[in-house]
Design a protein around this ligand. Structure first.
Ligand SMILES: O=C(O)c1ccccc1NCC(=O)[C@H](O)[C@H](O)COP(=O)(O)O
Length: 333
Protein backbone atom coordinates (compact mmCIF):
# COMPACT_ATOMS: atom_id res chain seq x y z
CA UNK A 1 0.00 0.00 0.00
CA UNK A 2 1.03 3.60 -0.29
CA UNK A 3 1.09 6.32 2.27
CA UNK A 4 1.89 10.01 1.79
CA UNK A 5 4.72 11.87 3.45
CA UNK A 6 4.34 12.07 7.21
CA UNK A 7 1.06 13.40 8.51
CA UNK A 8 -0.17 15.76 5.82
CA UNK A 9 -3.19 17.91 6.69
CA UNK A 10 -6.26 15.65 6.89
CA UNK A 11 -9.12 16.21 4.55
CA UNK A 12 -12.47 16.42 6.33
CA UNK A 13 -14.22 13.06 6.70
CA UNK A 14 -17.22 12.40 4.56
CA UNK A 15 -20.47 13.24 6.44
CA UNK A 16 -21.79 9.79 5.54
CA UNK A 17 -18.99 8.24 7.59
CA UNK A 18 -19.24 10.47 10.64
CA UNK A 19 -19.38 8.49 13.87
CA UNK A 20 -22.78 7.44 15.11
CA UNK A 21 -22.84 10.08 17.81
CA UNK A 22 -23.40 12.71 15.12
CA UNK A 23 -26.90 11.35 14.55
CA UNK A 24 -27.88 11.19 18.24
CA UNK A 25 -31.44 11.81 19.42
CA UNK A 26 -33.38 11.34 16.16
CA UNK A 27 -31.54 8.10 15.51
CA UNK A 28 -32.30 6.98 19.07
CA UNK A 29 -36.03 7.50 18.52
CA UNK A 30 -35.94 5.67 15.20
CA UNK A 31 -34.05 2.80 16.79
CA UNK A 32 -36.50 2.55 19.70
CA UNK A 33 -39.37 2.26 17.20
CA UNK A 34 -37.46 -0.33 15.17
CA UNK A 35 -36.77 -2.50 18.24
CA UNK A 36 -40.40 -2.24 19.40
CA UNK A 37 -41.57 -3.41 15.96
CA UNK A 38 -39.10 -6.27 16.02
CA UNK A 39 -40.23 -7.43 19.47
CA UNK A 40 -43.86 -7.32 18.35
CA UNK A 41 -43.14 -9.45 15.30
CA UNK A 42 -41.05 -12.21 16.88
CA UNK A 43 -42.26 -15.80 16.47
CA UNK A 44 -43.28 -17.42 19.77
CA UNK A 45 -40.25 -19.71 19.62
CA UNK A 46 -37.76 -16.83 19.59
CA UNK A 47 -35.53 -16.90 22.70
CA UNK A 48 -35.25 -13.10 23.00
CA UNK A 49 -38.32 -12.39 25.20
CA UNK A 50 -37.38 -15.18 27.62
CA UNK A 51 -33.82 -13.87 27.96
CA UNK A 52 -35.11 -10.32 28.44
CA UNK A 53 -37.46 -11.65 31.11
CA UNK A 54 -34.48 -12.82 33.19
CA UNK A 55 -33.02 -9.31 33.36
CA UNK A 56 -34.82 -8.05 36.51
CA UNK A 57 -33.58 -10.98 38.58
CA UNK A 58 -30.05 -10.69 37.09
CA UNK A 59 -30.05 -7.00 38.02
CA UNK A 60 -31.16 -7.65 41.58
CA UNK A 61 -28.13 -9.89 42.29
CA UNK A 62 -26.06 -8.68 45.23
CA UNK A 63 -23.30 -7.64 44.76
CA UNK A 64 -24.41 -6.28 41.38
CA UNK A 65 -22.85 -8.04 38.40
CA UNK A 66 -19.46 -6.68 37.34
CA UNK A 67 -18.20 -6.60 33.77
CA UNK A 68 -16.27 -9.62 32.56
CA UNK A 69 -12.88 -8.71 31.11
CA UNK A 70 -12.24 -10.82 28.02
CA UNK A 71 -12.33 -7.87 25.61
CA UNK A 72 -10.50 -5.48 27.92
CA UNK A 73 -7.76 -8.05 28.51
CA UNK A 74 -7.42 -8.72 24.80
CA UNK A 75 -7.06 -5.00 24.06
CA UNK A 76 -4.71 -4.17 26.91
CA UNK A 77 -1.15 -5.10 26.04
CA UNK A 78 2.07 -3.79 27.54
CA UNK A 79 2.62 -0.05 27.19
CA UNK A 80 4.07 0.73 23.78
CA UNK A 81 1.77 -1.73 22.02
CA UNK A 82 -1.42 -0.81 20.21
CA UNK A 83 -4.22 -3.34 19.74
CA UNK A 84 -6.62 -3.14 16.85
CA UNK A 85 -10.40 -3.52 16.94
CA UNK A 86 -11.35 -4.25 13.32
CA UNK A 87 -14.93 -3.39 12.45
CA UNK A 88 -16.92 -5.09 9.70
CA UNK A 89 -19.76 -3.49 7.88
CA UNK A 90 -20.83 -3.57 4.26
CA UNK A 91 -22.37 -0.16 3.66
CA UNK A 92 -19.95 2.68 3.06
CA UNK A 93 -16.82 0.58 2.98
CA UNK A 94 -14.46 -0.75 0.35
CA UNK A 95 -16.05 -4.14 1.04
CA UNK A 96 -19.34 -3.11 -0.51
CA UNK A 97 -18.33 -4.13 -4.03
CA UNK A 98 -16.60 -7.41 -3.22
CA UNK A 99 -19.65 -9.69 -3.12
CA UNK A 100 -18.85 -13.19 -1.82
CA UNK A 101 -15.29 -12.31 -0.82
CA UNK A 102 -16.73 -9.83 1.68
CA UNK A 103 -18.77 -12.53 3.45
CA UNK A 104 -18.46 -12.45 7.29
CA UNK A 105 -16.59 -15.77 7.46
CA UNK A 106 -13.95 -14.58 5.01
CA UNK A 107 -13.37 -11.13 6.51
CA UNK A 108 -13.46 -12.53 10.04
CA UNK A 109 -10.59 -14.90 9.29
CA UNK A 110 -8.66 -12.17 7.48
CA UNK A 111 -8.69 -9.82 10.44
CA UNK A 112 -8.04 -12.55 13.05
CA UNK A 113 -5.07 -13.99 11.17
CA UNK A 114 -3.97 -10.41 10.41
CA UNK A 115 -3.48 -9.78 14.13
CA UNK A 116 -6.51 -7.82 15.34
CA UNK A 117 -7.23 -8.14 19.06
CA UNK A 118 -11.00 -7.95 18.59
CA UNK A 119 -13.56 -7.91 15.81
CA UNK A 120 -16.60 -5.66 15.72
CA UNK A 121 -19.65 -6.03 13.51
CA UNK A 122 -21.93 -3.08 12.90
CA UNK A 123 -25.31 -4.66 13.54
CA UNK A 124 -27.44 -1.85 12.18
CA UNK A 125 -28.73 -2.80 8.71
CA UNK A 126 -29.53 0.77 7.69
CA UNK A 127 -26.15 2.20 8.64
CA UNK A 128 -23.91 -0.79 8.11
CA UNK A 129 -25.71 -3.15 5.76
CA UNK A 130 -25.35 -6.02 8.25
CA UNK A 131 -27.35 -7.39 11.16
CA UNK A 132 -27.16 -9.61 14.27
CA UNK A 133 -26.81 -12.83 12.21
CA UNK A 134 -23.54 -11.33 10.93
CA UNK A 135 -22.38 -10.91 14.55
CA UNK A 136 -23.24 -14.58 15.08
CA UNK A 137 -21.36 -15.50 11.88
CA UNK A 138 -18.23 -13.73 13.18
CA UNK A 139 -18.56 -15.54 16.51
CA UNK A 140 -18.96 -18.89 14.74
CA UNK A 141 -15.97 -18.30 12.48
CA UNK A 142 -13.85 -17.36 15.48
CA UNK A 143 -14.90 -20.53 17.26
CA UNK A 144 -13.29 -22.53 14.44
CA UNK A 145 -9.96 -21.14 15.72
CA UNK A 146 -10.39 -22.52 19.25
CA UNK A 147 -7.20 -24.27 20.29
CA UNK A 148 -5.23 -22.48 17.57
CA UNK A 149 -2.94 -19.46 17.49
CA UNK A 150 -4.36 -16.90 17.20
CA UNK A 151 -7.42 -18.22 18.99
CA UNK A 152 -10.97 -16.85 18.77
CA UNK A 153 -11.25 -13.07 19.01
CA UNK A 154 -13.87 -11.41 21.18
CA UNK A 155 -16.59 -10.03 18.92
CA UNK A 156 -18.23 -6.66 19.63
CA UNK A 157 -21.81 -6.07 18.52
CA UNK A 158 -21.73 -2.50 17.26
CA UNK A 159 -25.32 -1.33 17.05
CA UNK A 160 -26.73 2.02 18.14
CA UNK A 161 -27.89 0.38 21.36
CA UNK A 162 -30.78 2.23 23.02
CA UNK A 163 -32.72 -0.61 24.66
CA UNK A 164 -31.99 -3.66 26.80
CA UNK A 165 -33.45 -5.83 24.02
CA UNK A 166 -30.46 -5.01 21.81
CA UNK A 167 -28.08 -6.01 24.60
CA UNK A 168 -29.98 -9.30 24.88
CA UNK A 169 -29.75 -9.80 21.10
CA UNK A 170 -25.99 -9.30 21.27
CA UNK A 171 -25.84 -11.89 24.03
CA UNK A 172 -27.84 -14.38 21.94
CA UNK A 173 -25.54 -13.75 18.97
CA UNK A 174 -22.57 -14.74 21.16
CA UNK A 175 -20.95 -11.29 21.29
CA UNK A 176 -18.47 -10.50 24.06
CA UNK A 177 -19.43 -6.82 24.17
CA UNK A 178 -21.78 -4.11 22.96
CA UNK A 179 -21.15 -0.49 22.01
CA UNK A 180 -22.88 2.33 23.86
CA UNK A 181 -22.87 5.92 22.64
CA UNK A 182 -22.58 8.46 25.48
CA UNK A 183 -23.97 11.28 23.35
CA UNK A 184 -26.96 9.39 22.01
CA UNK A 185 -27.91 7.93 25.40
CA UNK A 186 -27.29 10.60 28.00
CA UNK A 187 -26.15 9.69 31.49
CA UNK A 188 -29.24 7.96 32.85
CA UNK A 189 -29.81 5.61 29.92
CA UNK A 190 -26.09 4.97 29.65
CA UNK A 191 -26.09 3.82 33.29
CA UNK A 192 -29.12 1.57 32.67
CA UNK A 193 -27.53 -0.06 29.64
CA UNK A 194 -24.13 -0.46 31.31
CA UNK A 195 -25.90 -2.36 34.07
CA UNK A 196 -27.87 -4.45 31.59
CA UNK A 197 -24.67 -5.37 29.73
CA UNK A 198 -22.94 -6.44 32.95
CA UNK A 199 -26.04 -8.41 33.99
CA UNK A 200 -25.94 -10.37 30.73
CA UNK A 201 -22.21 -10.99 31.17
CA UNK A 202 -21.19 -8.63 28.38
CA UNK A 203 -18.63 -5.85 28.34
CA UNK A 204 -19.44 -2.40 26.97
CA UNK A 205 -17.36 -0.07 24.84
CA UNK A 206 -18.58 3.45 25.57
CA UNK A 207 -18.08 5.82 22.63
CA UNK A 208 -17.38 9.36 23.79
CA UNK A 209 -17.19 12.49 21.65
CA UNK A 210 -15.87 14.86 24.30
CA UNK A 211 -13.79 14.84 27.46
CA UNK A 212 -16.95 15.51 29.45
CA UNK A 213 -18.48 12.31 28.09
CA UNK A 214 -15.31 10.40 28.94
CA UNK A 215 -15.48 11.66 32.54
CA UNK A 216 -19.17 10.74 32.71
CA UNK A 217 -18.61 7.22 31.33
CA UNK A 218 -15.69 6.53 33.68
CA UNK A 219 -17.78 7.86 36.59
CA UNK A 220 -20.47 5.31 35.73
CA UNK A 221 -17.94 2.48 35.90
CA UNK A 222 -17.19 1.98 32.19
CA UNK A 223 -14.16 -0.27 31.78
CA UNK A 224 -13.58 0.41 28.06
CA UNK A 225 -13.87 3.92 26.64
CA UNK A 226 -13.53 4.77 22.94
CA UNK A 227 -12.85 8.38 22.02
CA UNK A 228 -14.65 9.21 18.78
CA UNK A 229 -13.88 12.85 18.05
CA UNK A 230 -12.37 14.84 15.22
CA UNK A 231 -9.78 16.51 17.46
CA UNK A 232 -6.08 15.95 16.84
CA UNK A 233 -4.28 13.09 18.56
CA UNK A 234 -2.52 15.59 20.87
CA UNK A 235 -5.90 16.73 22.25
CA UNK A 236 -7.09 13.13 22.67
CA UNK A 237 -3.84 12.35 24.46
CA UNK A 238 -4.64 15.09 26.99
CA UNK A 239 -8.15 13.67 27.53
CA UNK A 240 -6.66 10.22 28.02
CA UNK A 241 -4.03 11.42 30.50
CA UNK A 242 -6.43 13.58 32.50
CA UNK A 243 -9.60 11.53 32.41
CA UNK A 244 -8.99 7.83 31.68
CA UNK A 245 -7.56 6.21 34.80
CA UNK A 246 -5.24 3.22 34.89
CA UNK A 247 -7.37 0.08 34.62
CA UNK A 248 -9.82 1.59 32.13
CA UNK A 249 -8.99 0.53 28.59
CA UNK A 250 -8.40 3.57 26.35
CA UNK A 251 -9.48 3.09 22.74
CA UNK A 252 -9.60 5.70 20.00
CA UNK A 253 -11.64 5.61 16.80
CA UNK A 254 -9.63 6.22 13.63
CA UNK A 255 -12.25 7.27 11.13
CA UNK A 256 -11.27 6.80 7.53
CA UNK A 257 -9.89 9.60 5.44
CA UNK A 258 -11.94 9.92 2.25
CA UNK A 259 -9.08 9.11 -0.09
CA UNK A 260 -6.96 6.13 -1.02
CA UNK A 261 -4.01 7.15 1.15
CA UNK A 262 -3.28 5.33 4.39
CA UNK A 263 -2.57 8.20 6.76
CA UNK A 264 -4.60 6.13 9.25
CA UNK A 265 -1.53 3.90 9.76
CA UNK A 266 0.51 6.83 11.02
CA UNK A 267 -2.43 7.98 13.13
CA UNK A 268 -2.33 4.55 14.78
CA UNK A 269 1.36 4.98 15.60
CA UNK A 270 0.65 8.39 17.10
CA UNK A 271 -2.15 6.91 19.23
CA UNK A 272 0.23 4.21 20.45
CA UNK A 273 2.78 6.89 21.39
CA UNK A 274 -0.02 8.84 23.14
CA UNK A 275 -0.58 5.83 25.40
CA UNK A 276 -3.81 4.45 23.93
CA UNK A 277 -4.39 0.74 24.36
CA UNK A 278 -6.27 0.24 21.13
CA UNK A 279 -7.52 1.79 17.91
CA UNK A 280 -10.97 1.09 16.47
CA UNK A 281 -10.80 0.97 12.68
CA UNK A 282 -13.19 0.20 9.88
CA UNK A 283 -13.11 1.37 6.29
CA UNK A 284 -9.39 2.09 6.16
CA UNK A 285 -8.88 -1.69 6.42
CA UNK A 286 -10.79 -2.30 3.24
CA UNK A 287 -10.17 0.70 1.03
CA UNK A 288 -6.68 -0.11 -0.26
CA UNK A 289 -7.48 -3.23 -2.26
CA UNK A 290 -7.75 -7.00 -2.11
CA UNK A 291 -4.11 -7.79 -2.92
CA UNK A 292 -2.35 -9.61 -0.03
CA UNK A 293 -0.06 -6.59 0.46
CA UNK A 294 -3.02 -4.23 0.69
CA UNK A 295 -5.83 -6.08 2.38
CA UNK A 296 -7.07 -5.76 5.95
CA UNK A 297 -4.45 -8.08 7.50
CA UNK A 298 -1.57 -6.12 5.97
CA UNK A 299 -2.98 -2.83 7.25
CA UNK A 300 -3.57 -4.21 10.74
CA UNK A 301 0.06 -5.42 10.71
CA UNK A 302 1.28 -1.96 9.67
CA UNK A 303 -0.77 -0.29 12.42
CA UNK A 304 0.71 -2.61 15.04
CA UNK A 305 4.28 -2.31 13.71
CA UNK A 306 6.79 -0.83 16.12
CA UNK A 307 7.48 2.06 13.78
CA UNK A 308 8.06 5.62 14.74
CA UNK A 309 6.48 8.65 13.10
CA UNK A 310 9.73 10.46 13.83
CA UNK A 311 11.93 8.20 11.74
CA UNK A 312 9.77 6.13 9.51
CA UNK A 313 6.92 6.65 7.11
CA UNK A 314 4.33 3.97 6.45
CA UNK A 315 5.23 4.21 2.77
CA UNK A 316 8.80 2.98 3.39
CA UNK A 317 9.19 -0.76 3.38
CA UNK A 318 12.91 -1.15 4.17
CA UNK A 319 12.45 -0.83 7.93
CA UNK A 320 15.38 1.64 8.12
CA UNK A 321 14.95 3.95 11.07
CA UNK A 322 12.48 1.61 12.65
CA UNK A 323 11.89 2.93 16.15
CA UNK A 324 11.14 -0.22 18.13
CA UNK A 325 10.71 0.44 21.82
CA UNK A 326 10.76 -3.11 23.13
CA UNK A 327 13.45 -5.18 24.70
CA UNK A 328 14.15 -8.67 23.42
CA UNK A 329 12.44 -10.00 26.55
CA UNK A 330 9.20 -8.26 25.57
CA UNK A 331 9.34 -9.72 22.09
CA UNK A 332 9.85 -13.20 23.47
CA UNK A 333 6.86 -12.97 25.79
O1 LIG B 1 -19.40 7.20 17.43
C1 LIG B 1 -20.18 6.66 18.20
O2 LIG B 1 -20.76 7.28 19.11
C2 LIG B 1 -20.45 5.20 18.11
C3 LIG B 1 -21.34 4.64 18.99
C4 LIG B 1 -21.60 3.30 18.92
C5 LIG B 1 -20.98 2.50 17.99
C6 LIG B 1 -20.08 3.04 17.10
C7 LIG B 1 -19.80 4.40 17.13
N1 LIG B 1 -18.93 4.99 16.26
C8 LIG B 1 -18.15 4.28 15.32
C9 LIG B 1 -18.75 4.36 14.00
O3 LIG B 1 -19.72 4.98 13.77
C10 LIG B 1 -18.08 3.62 12.91
O4 LIG B 1 -17.43 2.57 13.46
C11 LIG B 1 -17.12 4.53 12.25
O5 LIG B 1 -17.84 5.46 11.52
C12 LIG B 1 -16.18 3.80 11.34
O6 LIG B 1 -15.71 4.73 10.48
P1 LIG B 1 -14.97 4.58 9.06
O7 LIG B 1 -13.81 3.70 9.16
O8 LIG B 1 -14.57 5.99 8.88
O9 LIG B 1 -15.95 4.11 8.06
Amino acid sequence: FTSPALLPPRSPRSPALLPLRAVSVLARRAKEAEVAALLASLPVTDPLPALLGTLPSLLSARPPPAFPSRLRDSLTKRRGNLSIVAEYRLKGTGLAELGGSAAPAIVSKLIRVGGAAAAAVMADPRMGGCDYPDVAAFVAENETARGGVPGPLPVVSSDLVVTEAQVARAKLAGAAAVTLSAAALGKELLKTLLEAAAAFGLEAVVFCGSEEEVVGAVGLGATIVCIAAEEDVEVKKEWRERSIPEGVCAVCLISSAPDALLTEVEEAWRLRDAGFNAAWVCDCLYKAGADPAEQAGAIIGAMKAKSSVKWFSAKGKSGRGEGAKEYLGDIMM
